[in-house]
Design a binder for this molecule. Structure first.
Ligand code: PLP
Length: 294
């Protein structure tokens, strides 16, 4: 059966779902999105994702018509309509069709799209091996208002990801204008100190406050692991015993090395997923089960 997508109030076969060529999401990247994961037919942390999108929609004047209850129903309906249990969902909201260049006062017709498809995470071997990351060839400005929002303007992230792929690496890390590491092209970063505390770059350094990042901070607190939000430079990396990257789809992915453009490689700890990372991976899986098992 053809995949069904939710578009502006209707569930439609994907071949019949169309948006306007004047949609400002398409023309200007004027939109927001959330990527979520469903386990056992239930969307994990849906409310947190909706809250992030709705707060950002106020900042961007994306349309006062949006509300959490309707967006939540749209996401759940799309999952059910496609008969999916373990899935990735994407909720996209754009400014919709507006006659002239973005003018906040003109129109209030956001485009709302939800798509869902089957999702299997990378195999256990990938988690056991860990990721190798590069460093983006350009800096991002810590004060950019866009980095803190999950906007559809993803060109810098795509560019960084392409650089990583070209170098045969799994992810690309961003530095800000002061040379501090902020996050990956599609992930947040955590490091583990020799005394088993967690360090993660602060939002003020210019990054997306990930939902998984927040959950990891809460899980760590409940496990008695200290978490510090602190700025980290590439030259600091060798002091850490473990590192991992987080996002909603891949959850916690161990990071074993960072390679700079001059091919200088910094290995992290023993280049294998360490005990703190493994403890958090298990705690995260347990939390997923608690929230989603029937
Ligand atoms: C740039 C960036 N940072 C962080 C994340 C992690 O966010 P979350 O944990 O909400 O999925 C993502 C997710 O795709 C991202 O694109």
């Amino acid at each position: 059966m053809e995949e069904l997508v939710y578009l502006n109030g209707s569930l439609l076969p994907r071949s019949q779902a169309h948006i306007s060529v004047f949609d400002h999401g398409f023309l200007y990247g004027y939109g927001l999105f959330e990527t979520m994961r469903a386990y056992h037919g239930k969307i994990f942390l849906l409310e947190r994702h909706l809250n992030r999108l709705l707060s950002a929609s106020l900042v961007l004047d994306l349309g006062s018509k949006l509300n959490a209850a309707e967006l939540g129903t749209a996401c759940r309906d799309t999952l059910v309509a496609n008969n999916l249990e373990n899935a990735r969902l994407r909720l996209t909201v754009s400014r919709g069709e507006v006659n002239s260049f973005p003018e906040p006062s003109l129109g209030n017709n956001p485009t709302v799209l939800v798509t869902a498809s089957d999702y299997s995470p990378p195999p256990p071997e990938t988690y056991a091996k860990g990721f190798r990351a590069g460093v983006a060839s350009f800096h991002r400005y810590s004060q950019s208002p866009i980095l803190r929002l999950k906007s559809t303007s993803y060109l810098l992230n795509i560019r960084a990801k392409l650089e990583a792929e070209a170098a045969g690496l799994d992810e690309s890390m961003f530095l800000n204008e002061h040379g501090f590491i902020t996050e990956g092209s599609i992930s947040n970063l955590f490091l583990v100190t020799p005394t088993s505390s967690l360090v993660t770059p602060p939002v003020e350094s210019g990054l997306l406050p990930g939902i998984t990042r927040q959950v990891i901070m809460e899980l760590a607190a409940s496990l008695g692991i200290d978490v510090v939000e602190s700025e980290v430079k590439l030259t600091d990396l060798r002091q850490f015993e473990e590192a991992f990257l987080t996002n909603s789809l891949r959850e916690i992915m161990p990071l074993i090395e960072v390679r700079e453009s001059n091919d200088k490689i910094t290995s992290i700890g023993s280049r294998t997923p360490g005990p703190v990372t493994r403890r958090l991976m298990a705690a995260y899986k347990e939390m997923v089960e608690q929230h989603t098992s029937r």
